[in-house]
Write a protein that binds this ligand. Structure first.
Ligand SMILES: [Zn+2]
Length: 109
């Protein structure tokens, strides 16, 4: 079975200010190359929100693509100790655009 193609290049957010180290992921560990926190760090989230302010659909697609890339990297790196799918979704996608409020059990969607 062939493997799906690669996701997007992890080249956002752009450096801010322009001469600073960018808060982009250092692969395959997926920590921030500027501050060392798990990517996306709080600065990366702020910069991404700002950068994609007028295009939340693109931000959502970018984050989903990087969720895919990061999951592949982290499971290859440490199959037994990689973060759970729930943790990965929360880390990469849930903070972005189109969040919905949590639904309580038994509550209509
Ligand atoms: Zn950072």
């Amino acid at each position: 079975m062939s493997q799906p193609p690669d996701g997007p290049a992890a080249d956002r957010p752009r450096p801010y200010p322009g001469h600073a180290a960018p808060h982009t992921p250092l692969r395959p560990m997926w920590c921030c190359r500027s501050c060392g926190q798990p990517w996306p760090c709080s600065t990366a989230r702020l910069l991404l929100r700002n950068e994609y302010e007028d295009n939340p659909v693109s931000l959502s697609i970018y984050l989903c693509g990087l969720l895919y890339e990061a999951t592949r990297d982290l499971y290859r790196l440490n199959p037994a100790g990689a973060p759970s799918p729930t943790d990965m979704f929360t880390r990469f996608v849930a903070w972005g655009p189109y969040r919905r409020p949590p639904v309580s059990p038994g509550e209509e969607c």
